[in-house]
Design a protein around this ligand. Sequence first.
Ligand code: NAP
Length: 310
Amino acid sequence: MSDCDLLILGGGPAGLTAGLYAARARLHAVLLERMMMGGQIATTETLENYPGFPEPLAGAELGPLFEKQAQQFGLDVRRFQEAAALERHESGFSVALADGSRITARALIAAMGTEWVKLGIPGEDNLRGVGVSYCATCDGAFFRDQEIAVIGGGNSAIEEALFLTKFARRVHVVHRRDTLRAERIVQERAFANDRIAFVWNHVPVAIRGESAVEGLEVRDVNRGETTVLPVTGVFIYIGMRANTALLQGLVAMDDRGFVAAGEDTVTTCPGLFAAGDIRQKPLRQVVTAVSDGAVAAVMAEKYLENLGDE
Ligand code: NAP
C-alpha cells in the first residue's frame, strides 16, 4: 500500500498546477518542494506575458497564488523536502528524502525545473556571491551606480540586463554573436536603453578578482584578442539545464537532462510523467508549464484508473 496516489516533485508552476488538477480529481496527491514555492518565477522580477494579468505581475506573487489555489482543493504541499533518490517498484515509486524519511506513491509527476548553466571559466565559482550572480532580482541592488556585465543573448539575459539598469550605471551585455536570441519586443527595449552597451562577438574567458569581482576578461571570437571590462558584477544567463539527476537511468533524456516526453508528458517509465521546463519542448514559459501540469495530472489519473486497485 503506497503512502499516496500521486507524488509531485517540484513546486513551480508545472508542479502546482498538476497538484491543483490532481486534487480536483480527488487523488491523494502530495507535492514536495525543496525550497520556496514558485520555482523560477520566485526570482523573476516581473511577468508580462502570463495571460490574464495585464499589469506587470511580480513573479514572487504568482507562486503563492498557485499554491493557495491548489491547497484549497486539498493538495498536500510539503516544502523544504528534498528528494534524494528515486526508485521504481512493481507497485509504484519510492522516494528517499534528504532528511532520511521515505515516501511511496503509485504514480509520479516530475516537475523539478531547471538550473542555470555555468560558463566554466576561472573566477566563476570562487567569486560567486561576491560579484558573480545568476539572480538579478536577488543581487541587483548591490550594484547601484556600478558597472556590470550580463552574459548571454537570450530572453533571460536581456530581460535581466534591462532590470539591472535600475541600479547599475552601465550594463555591458556580452554576447557571442552579433544578433540576439531574445524576443523582439525585449530586444527593442534593450536597444533603446542608453545604460546598456552591447559587446558583440565576445565570450568571457576569466572573471578577475581575489575577494570581489574586479574585471571581466573577454575574447573577440573573430580576432582572438582579449580585453578586460572594468566591471564589479557579472550576471550569467547562458541557458538552463534540467534538474533531473534523480531520473537518470529511469527515463530517456538528452545530454542537458531534458526528458524525452511529448505533449502528453508520458515518459519511457510507466507511471512517471514529466511536466514543465524539464521536458523537451520548444517553448519554456509559465504558460506552457501550467499546461504540462494539467495534462500530466490527467494522464496520471488515467494511468491510476487503468491500474485499478491492484
Ligand atoms: P537561452 O534562450 O538558451 O539563451 C542562452 C543564451 O546564452 C544564448 O544567447 C546563447 O547564445 C548564450 N550562450 C549559451 N552558451 C554560451 C556560452 N558557453 N558562452 C556564451 N554565451 C552562451 O536561455 P534563457 O535566456 O535562459 O532562456 C531559457 C528559456 O526560458 C527560453 O526558452 C526562453 O525563451 C525562456 N524565457 C522566457 C522569458 C520570457 O518569455 N519573458 C524569460 C526568460 C526565459 P546563442 O544565442 O549564440 O546560442
